[in-house]
Design a protein around this ligand. Structure first.
Ligand SMILES: C[S@@+](CC[C@H](N)C(=O)[O-])C[C@H]1O[C@@H](n2cnc3c(N)ncnc32)[C@H](O)[C@@H]1O
Length: 358
């Protein structure tokens, strides 16, 4: 599709949106876009925008990026006073605990896209992990964390051959799709959250199974806190909309610590908010804590990432990129006739087997 037709397309879409009292103008086109991952529903005819709830691989024009940048500058020009900022970091656990007391498990939707975007969760099937159940397949490196569990002699999931750990699991919107799908012997799922209320919601869920899952309260910003499994024992770490709720200055420490938990050859899977997502641009003045980091009305915080930032976080921890994508979509509220531009980050990073492993 040539530039001229993009413009025509854009104008048509805009006029449809205006007629339906929509907000933002969007430019979309389909040529040369990958069909997967991140969805394959491409909007080619602007008249059809209200035929679906979501369109994939949306591109923004230079002007649209510039408008978004200006909006973000505008809503961050008044920051929360310095003396108040600390409490949102120090008491983050308390705010999230209150969130789950209020909303229980009714707020987030189940992450049913998990296996489509992250087929690595099923890689034990492909690679036929050869270790028999009952055998601990962890070569245990010396570390403080490992001393603790060694004293206990065994640990939850010690007999598994494929271990997944979800950090910041909340009410279990990723946990239960995984538990329900991965009934394979030898697969074990750990999940933690620093909100005791969230962990309680997971443990009392009808599908929670102690044979296949271990949920525990843990603050990943607490550097001295030990994990209930050894370092280098995990095949997959899942970070779904959790790193964004952590203070940007703490993120690198958290990623470094989590990397120690991965087996060499293990994979970290990440999905989170991207820079200039609708939810960033919607913030009113006075909610900004620092650049691209905001606090919501309920005291929970959120950061909006760029691709480079995500890459630096994981590569500084010694991980290698498999995928690092910006997922730009058009979300459509057909009932209200509103078109919304969403931006999410999706990344996969791999822990090298040895120094020579690319
Ligand atoms: C936006 S929610 C996402 C929940 C879940 N991952 C999902 O996708 O539904 C962020 C979660 O991260 C948890 N969280 C934030 N900071 C944390 C920390 N330092 N340690 C552990 N959990 C944390 C919060 O309690 C909350 O449950």
């Amino acid at each position: 599709m040539k530039l001229k037709s993009h413009c025509t397309f854009f104008q048509t879409l805009s006029s449809i949106a205006r007629k339906r009292k929509t907000g933002p103008q969007c430019r979309l086109w389909s040529s040369d876009r990958p069909t997967a991952p991140l969805g394959a529903r491409i909007l080619t005819d602007p008249k059809k925008v209200f035929e679906h709830n979501m369109w994939d691989h949306v591109q923004w024009s230079h002007q649209e990026k510039e408008d978004a940048r200006k909006k973000a500058i505008e809503n961050s020009c008044v920051q929360i006073p310095l003396e108040e900022r600390d409490k949102y970091d120090k008491e983050a656990g308390k705010y999230w605990d209150e969130f789950y007391k209020t909303h229980q498990n009714k707020f987030f939707k189940d992450r049913n896209w998990l296996f489509f975007e992250f087929p690595e969760l099923l890689s034990h099937r492909r690679e036929g992990f050869g270790v028999e159940e009952g055998q601990c397949n962890v070569a245990v490196p010396a570390s403080k964390n490992n001393e603790t569990w060694k004293k206990m002699n065994t640990f939850p999931g010690s007999e598994a051959t494929f271990r997944i750990f979800e950090v910041g699991c909340g009410a279990g919107n990723s946990v239960f799709p995984i538990v329900n799908a991965l009934k394979d012997k030898g697969v074990f799922l750990y999940c933690c959250d620093f909100s005791p209320q969230a962990v309680e919601l997971v443990k009392t869920h009808q599908n929670y199974s102690r044979v296949r899952c271990h949920a525990f309260v843990h603050d990943v910003c607490e550097e001295a806190a030990t994990f209930p499994f050894p370092d280098e024992s995990l095949d997959i770490i899942l970070l779904v909309f959790v790193l964004s709720s952590i203070h940007p200055e703490r993120m690198q420490g958290v990623v470094n610590r989590l990397t120690q938990l991965l087996k060499p050859g293990g994979t970290l899977l990440f999905r989170d908010y991207g820079r200039y997502d609708l939810s960033q641009l919607r913030f009113k003045r006075g909610r900004c804590l620092s650049e691209n980091f905001y606090v919501r009305g309920d005291g929970t915080c959120v950061y909006f990432f760029t691709k480079d930032e995500v890459h630096n976080l994981f590569s500084n921890a010694g991980l290698n990129e498999i995928q690092n994508l910006e997922d730009r979509r058009l979300q459509v509220n057909r009932g209200r006739g509103v078109v919304m531009r969403r931006v999410w980050m999706q990344s996969k990073y791999h822990k090298p087997l040895a120094h020579s492993d690319p």
